[in-house]
Design a protein around this ligand. Sequence first.
Ligand code: ZN
Length: 152
Amino acid sequence: MSIEELRLEGICPTCYNFKHGGVYPKLGNKLLYEDELLMCFFESRPRSKGHTIILVKEHYQDMSYLSDEICSKVYLFSKMMMNILKEVLKAERIYLCTMCDGEPNHFHLQLIPRYSGTKIGSTNFVNERQSYIENLEIINAIKNKLNIINNL
Ligand SMILES: [Zn+2]
């Protein structure tokens, strides 16, 4: 089934993909981190280089439905990823957004790097999408930093 068909049936495409696969392409090397709570991966149609998604596996419509414990974990993870992305990608700032306009919506956060010399402001949230260009050096550097932090 397509994303649109699932939505029309009131089925969350993300949850459906977890159970059955086939809705979204496999993440492959784009997957940076995964644990029992969340997954973190590069967006396949990034709005800037390093556009990253933090996806909570369980279905929540938006942030307001999270328990305080899960909310804390997700946002602390996001803060850690922001610092790693800044360091590895030499980004000047990392924008954070979460949208909840779809029905059904599967809660996730987006981290969108902004680089030195580029315009500031909220239009960065809707920059034209680019092709994803795989860079294993960057992927491995991020994974190494995640491993080091998680083993402290
Ligand atoms: Zn869902």
